[in-house]
Design a protein around this ligand. Structure first.
Ligand SMILES: Nc1nc2c(c(=O)[nH]1)N[C@H]1C(S)=C(S)[C@@H](COP(=O)(O)O)O[C@H]1N2
Ligand SMILES: [Mo]
Length: 417
C-alpha cells in the first residue's frame, strides 16, 4: 500500500498501524490518539481555520488553501501555514503540551563568545524601540509537491500555500549583534538561534540555525514580539521570534530562547543536513537526502524569486472571455521585482502584468492583468524577474533536489473552460 497522506494528515500506513495497535490493546501516546481523532486543523491548533490542509497532524504542519490566502493583504493567524518539527506529548494535546513559559517569565539568553553572557527579560526587550517589517514568511519546502513530476521527494507535499505575507514588529537584531564587538572579531563568525522546543529523544537535534555574523540580511532582522499588530501566538513563535526578512521560514526561529555567538556553526542536523540545497544541479538517484555536507551544499537562506497565480483557480470555474488574472511575486528583498510576464497559452505568448508598489522590499508584490480565456484548455503561466535580472526557471524541475526545497518554477494553473 502506498504511504499516502489522507485528509487527516496521517498516512494510511500509519493509520493502519495506529488502529491496529489500538485494537490490540496497546497504550498509545496521547499525540497519536489525538492525531487519529483530529478531523480538522482547529482541533490540532486551536484558532486555526478548519479549512487548512493538514500535512502532518502529529507535528502541527498545515498549509493555507489559496482560496483563503488570496483574500487578505496580511495573512491572519487563523490561516497562516504552520510548521513544527517535534511531536509534543501530553494529555492536553500536542499543541497545549508545547506549553512555552508565560510572557512574563520569558527570557532570552545571550551566550557564547561574548565578554558578558546575559539573560534578557522579554519585558525589557519590549521597552526598546520597535520597528516594523512587512515580509513574506515561506517554508523552504513550499511547492515541494511540484517536484513529483520528475521524482517525488519525501516530506510535506506543499503546493503554493506554505507562505503568508505578515506584519512583524520588534527590536532590531543589530542591537544585540553589537555584543560581539567586545570579543576579537575574527573568532566570532556565527550567530546561532535556538527555540524553546526540544526534540522528543535525547539523540534528537535541537531546532537551531546559524547565520554568518557578516550576513547582510541580519541588518534587517528583528526580534519580533508582534504579528499583525498583536502578540505573536505560540504557534507562530510567540512571545519572541527571530525574523530575518527575505529568508526562508526555517531561518526564522520561533519561541526564541537563545542567541549564541560562536566560531563554528550549530551541529544541529537542521543546520548540517536538513534545509540545505546542493551546490551543483543533481538528478534523482545521483545525490540522496543524506548526502548533504557543509561542503557540497548551502543552507536554504534567501528566498528565490517567485510568483504565484491567485486567480482564477480551477475551483473558480471561469467561463470563456475576459478575465482578470491576479497573483503575487516576491524575492529576497535585495532588488525590486521589475516584471511579471503572464501567458494564457502555456508560454507561447506573454503579456506584462501591472505590479502594485509593495509595502516593503520583502512583501508580496500584487500584480494583475486582463486576458481572454478560450473554450478548451487554458494554461496560465506567470514568471517574475527582478532588477538584478534574476528570474524563475520556466521548468522548475531543473532545480530538483532530494529534499525538495526552494521550488520557484514559473507558476502554472490549468483552467478548462
Ligand atoms: N523553534 C522552532 N522554530 C521554527 C521551526 C520549529 O520547528 N521550531 N520550524 C521552522 C520552519 S521549517 C518554518 S517553515 C517556520 C514556520 O513558521 P510558521 O509556523 O509561523 O508559519 O518556522 C521555523 N521556525
Ligand atoms: Mo519550513
Amino acid at each position: 500500500m502506498q504511504n499516502k497522506a489522507d485528509s487527516k494528515g496521517i498516512s494510511r500506513r500509519q493509520f493502519g498501524k495506529i488502529a491496529g495497535a489500538a485494537a490490540a490493546g496497546t497504550v498509545l501516546p496521547g499525540y497519536a490518539l489525538r492525531a487519529l481523532a483530529a478531523e480538522t486543523a482547529d482541533q490540532i491548533i486551536p484558532g486555526k481555520s478548519a479549512e487548512m490542509i493538514i500535512h502532518n497532524a502529529k507535528l502541527g504542519v498545515m498549509e493555507t488553501p489559496l482560496t483563503l490566502l488570496r483574500q487578505y493583504a496580511h495573512t491572519p493567524k487563523e490561516i497562516l501555514f504552520c510548521r513544527f518539527h517535534y511531536p509534543h506529548e501530553g494529555n492536553a494535546g500536542w499543541y497545549a503540551s508545547l506549553n512555552p513559559p508565560k510572557r512574563e517569565d520569558w527570557t532570552l539568553e545571550i551566550d557564547g563568545l561574548v565578554a558578558r553572557p546575559r539573560i534578557v527579560k522579554l519585558a525589557d526587550i519590549e521597552k526598546m524601540d520597535m520597528v516594523k517589517r512587512v515580509s513574506v514568511i515561506q517554508c523552504a519546502g513550499n511547492g515541494r509537491s511540484f517536484y513529483a513530476a520528475k521524482q517525488k521527494v519525501g516530506g510535506g507535499q506543499w503546493k503554493n500555500g506554505g507562505m503568508g505575507n505578515v506584519v512583524w514588529e520588534g527590536v532590531p537584531l543589530r542591537h544585540f549583534l553589537d555584543e560581539q564587538k567586545v570579543m576579537p572579531a575574527a573568532s566570532v563568525r556565527w550567530l546561532t538561534a535556538e527555540g524553546w522546543d526540544q526534540p522528543a529523544t535525547r539523540e534528537g537535534s535541537d531546532f537551531s540555525k546559524s547565520y554568518h555574523i557578516e550576513d547582510g540580511a541580519l541588518d534587517n532582522a528583528i526580534l519580533a514580539v508582534k504579528m499583525n499588530g498583536e502578540p505573536i501566538p505560540a504557534a507562530h513563535g510567540g512571545p519572541l521570534r527571530l525574523i530575518i526578512p527575505g529568508y526562508y521560514g526555517n531561518m526564522n526561529v520561533k519561541i526564541l530562547t537563545k542567541l549564541m555567538f560562536m566560531d563554528h556553526q550549530s551541529p544541529s542536523v537542521f543546520q548540517s543536513m536538513g534545509y540545505r540545497f546542493p551546490n551543483r544541479p543533481v538528478e534523482p538517484g545521483q545525490f540522496k537526502a543524506n548526502d548533504y555536507t557543509l561542503e557540497n551544499s548551502r543552507p536554504t537562506y534567501a528566498h528565490q524569486i517567485k510568483s504565484v497565480i491567485f486567480s482564477p483557480l480551477p475551483e473558480d470555474k471561469p467561463g470563456s472571455g475576459a478575465v482578470e488574472i491576479t497573483g503575487v511575486a516576491f524575492n529576497d528583498g535585495t532588488a525590486p521585482i521589475t516584471s511579471v510576464q503572464v501567458s494564457v497559452d502555456g508560454g507561447q505568448s506573454w503579456q506584462a502584468a501591472t505590479i502594485k508598489t509593495p509595502e516593503s522590499p520583502w512583501a508580496w508584490n500584487h500584480w494583475s492583468l486582463k486576458a481572454t480565456l478560450r473554450p478548451g484548455t487554458n494554461t496560465l503561466v506567470s514568471l517574475a524577474t527582478d532588477a538584478l535580472g534574476r528570474s524563475q526557471p520556466l521548468n522548475g524541475l531543473t532545480r530538483w533536489n532530494p529534499r525538495g526545497y526552494e521550488w520557484n518554477g514559473a507558476d502554472k494553473v490549468v483552467i478548462n473552460v
